[in-house]
Write a protein that binds this ligand. Structure first.
Ligand SMILES: [Zn+2]
Length: 469
């Protein structure tokens, strides 16, 4: 079954170029022979390597991902595919920039007591120094039309704003106050409404201290492990923030108690008040740059003119890495199906082409994307900074999670979303193109006869698999 699935994908990619006008195709015996050089045991061997514990779950960036890229490169180069990444190499490099805290240069003192990074506080964002009085400002939000103002009657300029929310801090630091729904967040940020960070920055605060809830307290060991790294992005894909963010800290109960010690109000107060204590601190962060890569290769077509056109096939070769807090002893997410399966499928297609006596008329472009799990980094980067003339790519076939289907008779509810025993989810071929659907359907009916499930081939599909992978 697995072999057949891979063969199907290969056949689609070989036949698309011939079928653009005809719209229906019939697999020839010669094409069938090429597809059938792909063997299940070979795919299995590669997949056991790519999804081995030694790869550490192929996080982006990571050594495991780099080793996987080297493995792909070694094969592609041996088979004679053409490097199509940066400067005649198989790699398209990307720089991943992280805002990281500088160790040993972060201090926090409330009154006379000193607190320590990790043990007592973590940085959520920003950097800077402060030596200021504090004000308590509840949830920290402002909404003009709803008459919500966390700073009502109090000036936060040159002070550190202390906030409390009963849940977990999100990217706006606290949940929206009662009575403020999604629909209310309209108009201009900073004028009509402001989240706690926007509001504190706008009003000239020196920093924000978020006092942790009981849930935060309970999971402090995990929070302190994740917190040192701030925002992470791919150089070139995102503008760096124009103005530096003021320091934003999350503190645990020991610091929270010290802040309100001797104060008239406490963290549960619903109105703002001045806290008669001084807070002093330094938060220092720097930029950490790390490299990762897409792997890009070309198999040139045989037709002197048509070979300038490309059919692209892609898969993401990254996965999500490890989770030190995962239950049990195994902390590695191996990602054999997602998307080790697509990774080795592409490799098998490259080899099948390389050992074939004939070439397709058009060229085949192979791209293994990094950082899909982080938010489609590799695909976005390749589209923004293509290493080939992307206008000549006439179709792109992406392969994700083709490693398993539901076995016959399997009623396990955890497998309910898997494709059926002889089934494959085909997404996008009908909704995107007037041709590709017909080509893939006729290819299938003249070769493998899989059941095509088109339920996700819909612009309104709520899972948005077409847009996400
Ligand atoms: Zn995936």
């Amino acid at each position: 079954m697995r072999k057949n699935l891979f063969a199907l994908v290969l056949t689609i990619s070989l036949l698309v170029p011939y079928a653009v006008l005809a719209q229906t195709v019939k697999v020839t015996p010669a094409e069938r022979r090429i597809a059938e050089t792909i063997k299940a045991d070979r795919l299995s061997n590669w997949l056991h390597f790519v999804a081995s514990d030694a790869m550490g779950g192929r996080d982006t960036p990571s050594q495991g991902l780099d080793i996987t890229a080297e493995f792909l490169k070694m094969k592609l180069s041996r088979w004679g595919l053409k490097p199509a990444g940066d400067n005649g190499t198989f790699f398209q490099n990307m720089n991943i920039i992280s805002d990281v805290i500088v160790p040993d240069e972060n201090t926090l003192r409330v009154g006379e007591t000193e607190y320590f990074l990790g043990n007592h506080f973590v940085r959520l964002n920003g950097q800077g120094t402060f030596n200021s009085p504090m004000v308590f400002a509840h949830h920290g939000w402002m909404h003009r039309a709803k008459n919500i103002d966390a700073y009502n009657g109090i000036d936060v300029r040159d002070k550190v704003v202390v906030l409390y929310d009963s849940g977990f801090p999100n990217q706006n630091l606290s949940r929206r106050p009662e009575g403020l729904s999604d629909a209310d967040i309209t108009g201009t940020r900073g004028t009509d409404w402001a989240d706690p960070i926007t509001y504190a920055t706008q009003k000239g605060a020196k920093g924000i201290i978020m006092v942790g809830s009981p849930q935060v307290e309970e999971r402090w060991a995990q929070i302190r492990g994740f917190a040192p790294r701030g925002s992470t992005y791919v150089d070139g894909l995102r503008e760096t923030p124009a103005s530096p963010v003021i320091p934003i800290l999350l503190v645990n109960r020991s610091v929270g108690d010290a802040i309100f010690q001797g104060s008239a109000g406490n963290k549960d107060s619903s109105s703002a008040f001045a806290i008669d204590r001084q807070v002093t601190g330094t938060i220092k962060s720097g930029k950490l740059s790390r490299r990762t890569q897409n792997v890009v290769a070309l198999w040139e077509g045989s037709d002197p003119v048509l070979k300038n056109e490309m059919v692209a096939v892609g898969a993401h070769y990254d996965h999500v890495g490890t989770n030190p807090n995962a239950p049990g002893d195994d902390k590695i997410y191996n990602g054999a199906d997602d998307d080790g399966s697509g990774t080795v499928a592409l490799l098998a297609m490259a080899e099948a082409l390389a050992v074939s006596k004939t070439r397709p008329k058009r060229s085949i472009l192979f791209v293994w994307h990094a950082g899909e799990e982080k938010g489609l980094w590799g695909a976005e980067y390749f589209n923004k900074f293509p290493t080939v003339n992307i206008k000549n790519v006439i179709a792109q076939l992406n392969i994700d999670m083709i490693g398993r289907s539901r076995p016959p008779g399997d009623a396990d509810p955890r497998n309910a979303e898997l494709s059926g025993p002889n089934e494959v989810y085909v997404i996008g071929s009908e909704m995107m193109s007037s041709t590709l659907g017909a080509v893939t359907r006729s290819t299938n009916s003249s070769f493998l006869n899989l059941d095509y499930n088109l339920k996700y081939d819909d612009p309104n599909d709520k899972n948005r698999f077409f847009f996400r992978s």
